[in-house]
Write a protein that binds this ligand. Structure first.
Ligand code: HPA
Ligand code: ZN
Length: 326
């Protein structure tokens, strides 16, 4: 008899999760009522039923629309708390959480309300949820990079408690090189650097994120398998890749979990972790992702432990803190 995956779930870090993408339909309706915002669905079940996506853009359209309910510092605090409660159940012991400052600024929500709402809850996360956390400000690659630079300067001036920067939203047509100045400024300010690359776009975007942005970590990065030379490089450099297999299936970047390149990435010796990305939208928190890949690829206990260990070693924690988790 095989042991259910849940019985032996290893502790892990989650390195790729968008806090706005953790908004459950029930909380969306609660916040909509609190803020007098109308959602174009009659109830949470109808909103959840709309989570059928053709590609990244069709997801981003709904994700952006649902965000309209997030208006106050308390909303961002409630959103963050709900994620931490669920992540603790999933076995998450450390989370590196992204937020999209531009998505809120364009709606007139003050930057400090967003940052204070999220960071105020993260401050108490270790004591209240047993999860250490780091916060990442992600910029929209389909917006002008001058806007990203401006927001970065505002975050730095406010001494916002961020560990690093990321790059997300539509990938095709918006290559990493557009954001060289933003990443150079982040590096100069001592911030860590990750970037979505090779999700819907080509392997060249991964190479450019490493070479032009000095990205220390790659989010998704599944296109790497199209470029054996790049695979050899990221294996040699042990560049962490935060892979989100269920997200990739739900956004049709891969046709089915069985065809996902995760096993090839592991087999090659890459430093890969598994992550949820936007859990309610894709119907899977990181424990569900663990169950799904364990079943799809018949992963051994050792392979699952290696994925969990890579989640800590690919984190932005200092080496002594990583060692304490391993
Ligand atoms: N890709 C790009 N942008 C995103 C994603 C993603 O998977 N999730 C939230 N914003
Ligand atoms: Zn993502």
């Amino acid at each position: 008899m095989t042991t259910p995956a849940s019985a032996s779930r290893p502790p892990r870090a989650e390195l790729h999760v968008h806090i706005e993408g953790t908004l459950e339909p029930e909380l969306a309706f609660e916040l909509a009522a609190r803020n007098g915002v109308a959602l174009p669905y009659p109830d949470p079940a109808s909103l959840r039923a709309a989570y059928e996506f053709e590609d990244l853009q069709s997801f981003l359209d709904l994700y952006s629309a649902a965000m309209s309910v997030l208006r106050t510092e308390a909303d961002f605090a409630d959103l963050t708390r709900a994620y931490l409660v669920r992540a603790a159940r999933a076995g998450v012991r450390h989370a590196e959480i992204s937020f999209d400052p531009q998505a809120h600024l364009v709606r007139g929500v003050p930057l400090e309300d967003v940052v204070n709402g999220i960071a105020g809850v993260l401050e108490r996360s270790e004591a209240e949820h047993g999860i250490t956390t780091l916060l990442i400000a992600a910029f929209h690659r389909d917006r002008d990079s001058a806007d990203a630079l401006d927001v970065l300067e505002r975050l730095l001036a406010a001494d916002a408690p961020i560990v690093g920067v990321g790059l997300d939203n539509a990938e095709v047509g918006y290559p990493p090189g557009l954001f060289q100045a933003v990443y150079a400024r982040a590096e100069e300010a001592g911030l860590r650097r990750t970037a979505h690359a090779g999700e819907e776009g080509p392997a060249q975007n991964i190479r450019d994120a490493l070479d032009l942005l000095h990205a220390e970590r790659i989010d998704h990065g599944i296109a790497v398998v199209d470029d054996p030379e790049l695979v050899a490089r990221v294996v040699a450099e042990q560049v962490p890749f935060t892979v989100c297999p269920v997200s990739n299936v739900r956004l049709r970047a891969v046709p089915a979990l069985a065809e996902h390149p995760l096993p090839a990435m592991i087999e090659a010796g890459m430093l890969v972790s598994i992550n949820s990305d936007d859990p309610p939208y894709f119907g899977a928190y990181v424990d569900d992702v663990d169950d799904a890949v364990t079943a799809a690829f018949d992963l051994t206990r050792e392979q699952r432990a290696a994925l969990a260990a890579a989640s800590f070693s690919g984190s932005f924690l200092p080496p002594d803190r990583v060692a304490a988790y391993l």
